[in-house]
Design a protein around this ligand. Structure first.
Ligand SMILES: C[S@@+](CC[C@H](N)C(=O)[O-])C[C@H]1O[C@@H](n2cnc3c(N)ncnc32)[C@H](O)[C@@H]1O
Length: 357
């Protein structure tokens, strides 16, 4: 019943119609400031140096807030000599010229854009009771998150854009043909949210070959990482997810304890009540792979876990969406979506069936 919920009441339980008060202005403006400069890695510095040289040293943050990003770049020991002028916009405050950058970003001199735009998904805006504050942006766009609208606007007016955005961007369908470099930041960047972040660097040429780093470690080219998600299976078995009587249990999220990772397992060994599985379950479930004999289920499970762990290793986990911060050992928790789970199980079924006498 989001339509009659008062502004700033976030829905926490639909069944109990329970809501809590949130800061509607802060949420709708995405006012979470970058307080650390760990995002400015050597590769990002290199990209910014090239961008600044090609743009007369002009730098612009259209969602400038306190101006941390402009300061980090213009005071960086290596970049400072390349910056000739910094400018910012914001919809609030008196530090910058007021501009609604989710509608349009004025940038006639083609300054390099460095920014950390607001993040807010259309559906979260509804759940958080702040839809009315952001509806005008979604009405004029096909995008479903404010940060993607911000990216569209920035890419329309600048040859070079460096944006701190959610890590889930990598798995999204947003066009990545101008993406040159993407650096996943594992340290905490913001003072009041632990949203997993990515620094995305876009150039003016169409490349389709972005290099992806985690911190300073090169993981690979984005298309190769995304290919790990594709099914190479011959037999497309119809796998039934959220099937309480299924023979396979799936813990689809890494546990917060650091010792219970995402895993397929025999239903009998899965310590999760089958009656808790519903059609919308996404984290813990039972599933069925028809056509596999009972005595082959363990082999299928082992193959699937091997495959999962091999693609986790090859992509440094980037094929999986982040899930709720880090575990006790400090490792970012991840979630296996059913689409990828299906590809993995199909490959495992191929392998098991191919070994039949
Ligand atoms: C995530 S904060 C980033 C601030 C700063 N760049 C940083 O990283 O510390 C987003 C900023 O965008 C501003 N903002 C939100 N919606 C805006 C809009 N439509 N146009 C311009 N600025 C906006 C907010 O007021 C806030 O200061």
């Amino acid at each position: 019943m989001s339509s009659i919920r008062p502004l700033g009441r976030m829905l926490v339980s639909k069944a109990k119609n329970k809501t809590v008060e949130i800061d509607a202005t802060k949420v709708s403006l995405g006012s979470f400031y970058t307080t650390q400069s760990t995002w400015l890695t050597p590769e990002i510095r290199k990209f910014l140096a090239k961008a600044l040289k090609a743009s007369n040293g002009l730098l612009l943050d259209p969602f400038a807030g306190d101006g941390h990003l402009l300061t980090a770049v213009s005071q960086d020991a290596e970049l400072t000599k390349l910056v000739s002028e910094t400018n910012g916009f914001d919809v609030q405050g008196s530090k910058w010229a007021i501009n609604d950058s989710l509608l349009k970003i004025p940038n006639p001199s083609k300054a390099v854009i460095v920014t950390n735009p607001p993040y807010l998904a259309n559906h979260s805006a509804r759940r958080k009771g702040v839809s009315s504050l952001v509806a005008k942006y979604f009405e004029n766009s096909t995008q479903t998150n404010l940060y993607k609208i911000a990216l569209d606007n920035a890419l329309a007016v600048s040859d070079y854009v460096v944006a701190i955005i959610p890590e889930t961007f990598l798995l999204s369908s947003f066009p990545k043909d101008r993406l040159e470099l993407a650096v996943v930041i594992q340290d905490e960047l913001f003072c009041d949210t632990d949203a997993p972040a990515l620094v995305a660097c876009f150039g003016k040429d169409l490349l389709e070959e972005a290099l992806v780093y985690t911190g300073q470690k090169l993981i690979g080219k984005l298309p190769e990482i995304l290919d790990l998600r594709k099914s190479s299976s011959q037999t497309k078995t119809k796998i039934l997810f959220n099937e309480p009587t299924g023979r396979i249990g799936l813990r689809a999220v890494d546990g917060s304890d650091g010792i219970s990772p995402i895993e397929f397992m025999p239903a009998a060994s899965f310590d999760y009540p089958a009656e808790s599985v519903v059609v919308s379950s996404r984290l813990m479930t039972y599933l069925e792979v028809p056509g596999i004999e009972d005595n082959k289920i363990q082999e299928l499970i082992s193959e699937a876990n091997l495959d999962l762990n091999s693609i986790r290793g090859a992509s440094s986990d980037l094929v999986l969406a982040p899930f709720k911060g880090n575990d006790k050992s400090g490792k970012r928790r991840r979630r296996l979506d059913y689409r990828l789970a299906r590809s993995i199980l199909n490959r495992a079924a191929d392998s098991v069936l191919s070994k039949r006498p």
